[in-house]
Ligand binder design. Structure first.
Ligand SMILES: Cc1ncc(COP(=O)(O)O)c(C=O)c1O
Length: 441
């Protein structure tokens, strides 16, 4: 073993020792804060990060490539590009659909159908690309688009659908796919909260043109900050890569060895008769949305643990569901389609309309009892100040999105919470209801 390897080995062992010393991090109900989500990692990830730094390659490289390949395989898709966030992935997806390189590309004024109850940066790229969002309402319980009413939103200007599998819950993808095919639409699936979920045995993200993912610490796996965009279409992948990487036309990998590039014509490229190095030809109005190599080194370790994380999320969800099922007349409980296998992000409750409970009061009560709560994204996003002056269309009424804005919230099911923590969360919700004399226990 070289001296360098010996020192690295020593560092790795010391990091491991430190995590052993800390022991398994468990939360004491009522004493520790029970977050709605959080990152779970140990010496495996920290050592992967340290080794990546010591390897001396900071920008995306070998480990990023390996992660892209493995993540694509996990998601049953051909191509994956890592990004610096889920938001960046959505921006890339919509911007790629507006690139002239894309067949039947979207032009300013074209319409994209999207749910009114949404996450801001799932919607924002539609606005940022001068497209018109067409808002449809969502269902209570699943918090997803009502696939049956989707067709009412189609006009001559409709170019695509941008949807989210809300908190892990798959949309009714077979119905949506039929509409997409009938009207020749683009489809983007925001899978940021739904890593590992399937509908009719098929992974979310595989039904449309692009899938987007987030590796923010709250999500199913993390790389600190980060994201990914996936597709089965090579041209869309190249366009998204170009937009991610400053708008460059070149699609060489970081380790391309052919001096004439992957296209083999690197120095033969001409613009108006002038020869120019193809590596620095810009074919899209791009950004730089790349993560660091060390983040992908961490993600490779997280991916190995993902099946366990998902199992724990499902277990925690079931405990809470079983404990709260009898409160069905007070709260709308989470609902999912019978053909879906849900990799849950969180557990949502919506206070029923005729029930005399104020959401803020319940949230305050839970937070006081060290249970973190969060409202469901933006609810009806049109109610927020940023969206007051945008151009948009609404289909029908957005009454469920309004109800979510007012009456929905969620608590966590992430792997950092034990079975005992889940029972505690349920007990506090029941106690609050009991204190309000709404039902007897
Ligand atoms: C459904 C959904 N889409 C997109 C995002 C944005 O991801 P990021 O925070 O990585 O930008 C989030 C954020 O957490 C999300 O929940």
């Amino acid at each position: 073993m070289t001296n360098e390897l010996k020192i690295r080995d020593k560092i790795s062992n010391q990091v491991k020792e430190l995590f052993n010393l800390r022991g398994k991090q468990t939360k004491k109900s009522g004493i520790d804060f029970l977050n709605y989500s959080g990152s779970i990692y140990d010496h495996d990830e920290i050592n992967a990060i340290i080794n990546s730094l010591l390897d001396g390659w900071l920008g995306i490289g070998e480990k990023s490539n390996k992660f892209q390949k493995e993540f694509a395989i996990y998601n049953d898709l051909k191509y994956c590009l890592v990004t610096n966030s889920g938001s960046s992935s959505s921006l890339l997806a919509i911007t790629a659909l507006c690139s002239k390189e894309t067949k039947n590309y979207c032009k300013p004024g074209d319409e994209i159908i999207t749910p009114a109850s949404t996450f801001p940066t799932t919607l924002n790229p539609i606005i940022q690309n001068n497209l018109i969002p067409v808002f449809v309402d969502v269902e209570l319980g699943t918090y997803n688009i009502d696939a049956n009413s989707l067709e009412h939103a189609i006009s001559e200007k409709t170019k695509g659908i941008m949807l989210t599998h809300v908190l892990g819950n798959p949309n009714e993808m077979d119905k949506i796919k039929k509409i997409v095919e009938r009207y020749n639409l683009f489809l983007i699936e925001d899978c940021c909260d739904a890593l590992g979920s399937t509908y009719k045995g098929q992974k979310v993200g595989t039904w449309g043109d692009f899938a987007t993912h987030s590796f923010f610490p709250a999500h199913h796996m993390t790389m600190g900050e980060g994201g990914a965009i996936l597709t089965n279409n090579l041209q869309l992948k190249r366009t998204a890569q170009s937009i991610r990487d400053w708008g460059r036309d070149c699609y060489c990998e970081f380790n391309e060895r052919n001096p004439n590039g992957a296209c083999k014509k690197r120095f033969e490229f001409e613009i108006n008769g002038d020869k120019i190095d193809h590596r620095y030809v810009y074919s899209n109005i791009g950004y730089n949305l790349k993560p660091l190599e060390l983040q992908c080194a961490m993600a490779l370790e997280q991916l190995k643990k993902l099946p366990t994380f998902i199992r724990q999320r499902k277990r925690n969800f079931k405990i809470l569901y079983d404990e709260l099922e009898h409160l069905d007349s007070i709260f709308i409980l989470p609902r999912f389609l019978k053909d879906s296998e849900v990799s849950w992000f969180a557990f949502t409750l919506t206070i029923r309309e005729n029930i005399n409970i104020k959401r803020a009061e319940l949230q305050q009560y839970l937070e006081k009892n060290k249970i973190q709560t969060r409202v469901l994204f933006a609810g009806n996003i049109l109610k927020h100040p940023a969206y007051r002056d945008i151009n948009y269309k609404i289909i029908g009424k957005l009454s469920n999105s309004d109800k979510i804005f007012k009456n929905s919230f969620f608590v966590g099911v992430y792997p950092g919470l034990s079975e005992e923590n889940m029972i505690y969360i349920a007990s506090k919700i029941k106690k609050f209801v009991n204190n309000h004399n709404l039902t007897n226990f």
